[in-house]
Write a protein that binds this ligand. Structure first.
Ligand code: F6R
Length: 608
């Protein structure tokens, strides 16, 4: 997510790490920082905003150091300001640390440290990690041993790089879930969060495995496992050009972002799931949830589709009446809003002009507001009463994929949270938590459907029209799947609940017309199969997405993609979007479309 760079060698490390960070700029960021050796101490310089601000400050001092680490932060929580920017010192100032990810148990650790007299400059979990590493280091062990011992105390996701004043020739790094790559030079070595940052300097790189702790010096790079055993790195030569390296070797950002989704789910859940309960920081108090009588979800496009999932969930699981509005229509229809209602704004960018205008109207009407937003510190995030971040990381492809998954997941967590507070009979929050905990693995498994989905896409790439259908929650996912196909493959689509077909749209079916049908909802499967037969009777080719335990649908349809059975109707429907995203992607690829930047569309719609 955020960018990490590190260098140790004979050249001016500060210039090199800032250049590396610049090569990761395309992913977006909100603050930058650098740490390096300066005389007898470690100096940290950091600035909110663009890298140019940090560069200007560095140029004024014109420092030289043979070791440096740098960071570009894309805040997932905690305001994007100078204090929260990385690197962070430990309590003594002897150690400087950069951290990507989320330390889930940081509050506990912070409390312990605060009781022991530690004072913190920032709100971040990362500074707590720096203090813990500093305490281990104070025992007199080498830096790599201090980091290895410290990471045993953390739960959550991390990619750390650490330098110290006592051993200035060393950079130590450790990872769990957040990616880190080391680069091999001659008499100099490198570390980065992504390969593009390394390519101007070396093409021989090795990806650190989860839980590895690595030591980078001018002499070489070594790594150990959590129990201290030496592990072998597997260097390889990168032959990608810079552009494909930015896309992680994928042909398009969209495909990269689709493939990131198992990690996106982990990131989105990080810090929120306990064994038995759920922690959604900064939400309304219990009495407010008891008072809320209605939910209005307001959003555009893909985020609106996530809102529809929220409606189905809140009404089915919580029996809480929920309306979903297009932001662009909301203000002009004089909406009827109960004074006890909650307005939920779903937005990836947090800057969509129509959503922002609708938010201001709700504020004028004194309705409580909640944002489900990806970009920290964006306008919507700042103006709502409360915000839940989706923690999906920067989304570069115009067509939204991972943000949708994270939005729907946050809505699910919110549903469980409300159920917990209201002690809803019949809602098994524990089972819900278990299902979300397993969800990243199911997403990963769904991504394995890629080649079979690509085969179907090859067969139907010349379609003039495609239908997207489903019942219940699958009907919501059908809308999102259809939008993806329209926007990137430019194929007209007809999307509606499957039972609506015979009330009109069926007239459009001809021999060979493709119908993509979501069949994950067990309670309406028999009805859906009847709808499928109606389509087939008119010559439609039916591609179904269903769960692995479904013994009926695969026997009826023409093509089928099977996803895991998650034991939760909502998560089953949500999971089905993964093969459907892949389907749109490969349809667009076959048709030679400009996938990451579809015609006429912009990533952030800041005009009404
Ligand atoms: C479609 C897509 C758009 C956005 C919509 C809202 O793939 O990305 O439909 O979902 O423009 O944008 P945000 O979520 O930034 O408010």
């Amino acid at each position: 997510m955020c960018g990490i760079a590190g260098y140790v060698g004979q050249r001016n490390a500060i210039e090199i790490v800032l250049d590396q960070i610049e090569r990761l700029e395309y992913r977006g960021y909100d603050s930058t920082g650098v740490a390096f050796k300066s005389g007898d101490s470690l100096q940290i310089m950091k600035r909110a905003g663009k890298l140019a601000h940090l560069r200007a400050a560095v140029e004024e001092e014109n420092p030289f150091s043979e070791v440096a680490i740098a960071h570009s932060r894309w805040a997932t929580h905690g305001a994007p300001n100078d204090l929260n920017a990385h690197p962070h010192y430990d309590a003594t100032g002897e150690v400087a640390l950069i951290h990507n990810g989320i330390i889930e148990n940081y509050l506990e650790l912070k409390e312990e440290l605060t009781r022991a007299g530690h004072v913190f400059q920032s709100e971040t979990d990362s500074e707590v990690a720096a203090h813990i590493i500093g305490l281990e280091y104070a025992e007199g062990v080498p830096l790599e041993e201090a980091v290895r011992r410290a990471v045993g105390k953390f739960t959550g996701a991390y990619g750390f790089v650490v330098i110290s004043m006592r051993e200035p020739g060393k950079i130590v790094c450790a990872r769990n879930a957040s990616p880190l790559v080391v680069g091999f030079g001659k008499g100099e070595n490198f570390i980065a969060s992504d390969i593009p940052a390394l390519l101007p300097y070396t093409r021989t790189v090795a990806v650190l495995d989860n839980e590895m702790v690595a030591l980078v010096t001018t002499e070489g790079i070594t790594a150990v496992s959590p129990d201290g055993r030496t592990v072998k790195l597997s260097p390889f030569d990168v032959d990608w050009d810079i552009e494909s390296a930015e896309k992680g070797g994928y042909e398009h950002f969209m495909l990269k972002e689709i493939h990131e989704q198992d990690d996106v789910v982990r990131q989105c859940l990080a810090g929120r799931l306990g064994q038995e309960n759920l922690t959604l920081d900064g939400l309304f108090g219990e009495h407010v949830w008891q008072d809320i009588d209605r939910v209005n979800i307001i959003a555009c496009g893909t985020a609106y589709h996530a809102g529809l999932m929220g409606k189905t969930l809140f009404e089915k699981m919580l029996r809480l009446p929920t309306d979903v509005y297009f932001s662009s229509e909301f203000r002009y229809n004089d909406p009827l809003l109960s004074p006890k209602s909650l307005a939920v704004f779903v937005s990836q960018s947090g800057e969509t002009a129509d959503s922002l205008a609708a938010l201001r109207l709700c504020k004028e009407r004194r309705i409580r507001t909640l944002g489900i937003v990806n970009v920290v510190g964006s306008s919507i995030a700042r103006e709502v009463d409360r915000v839940l971040y989706t923690q999906a990381g920067p989304e570069i492809s115009v067509a939204s994929t991972k943000a949708y998954l994270a939005q729907c997941l946050v809505l699910y967590l919110l549903g469980l949270h409300i159920a917990e507070i209201k002690e809803m009979p019949g809602v098994n929050v524990k089972a819900g938590l278990k299902a979300v905990r397993e969800f990243p693995e199911y997403v990963k498994e769904a991504l394995d459907l890629e080649s079979s989905i690509q085969d179907v896409a090859k067969q139907f790439a010349n379609s003039k029209l495609a239908f997207f259908l489903g019942r219940g929650a699958d009907a919501n996912v059908a809308l999102e799947a259809a939008l993806k196909l329209k926007e990137i493959a430019y194929i007209p689509t007809q999307e509606c609940p499957a039972g609506e077909m015979k009330h009109g749209p069926l007239a459009l079916i001809e021999q060979g017309t493709l119908s993509v049908v979501g069949a994950t909802q067990e309670d309406v499967r028999d009805k859906l199969v009847s709808n499928i037969r109606e389509l087939q009777a008119r010559g439609s080719h039916v591609l179904a997405i269903t769960t692995k335990d479904d013994e009926l649908t695969p026997t009826v349809v023409d093509s089928c993609a099977m996803i895991a059975q998650t034991n939760d109707w909502y998560l089953n429907a949500l999971l089905s979007i993964v093969p459907l995203q892949l389907f749109s992607y490969y349809m667009a690829l076959e048709r030679g479309c400009e996938i990451d930047q579809p015609r006429n569309l912009a990533k952030s719609v800041t005009v009404e």
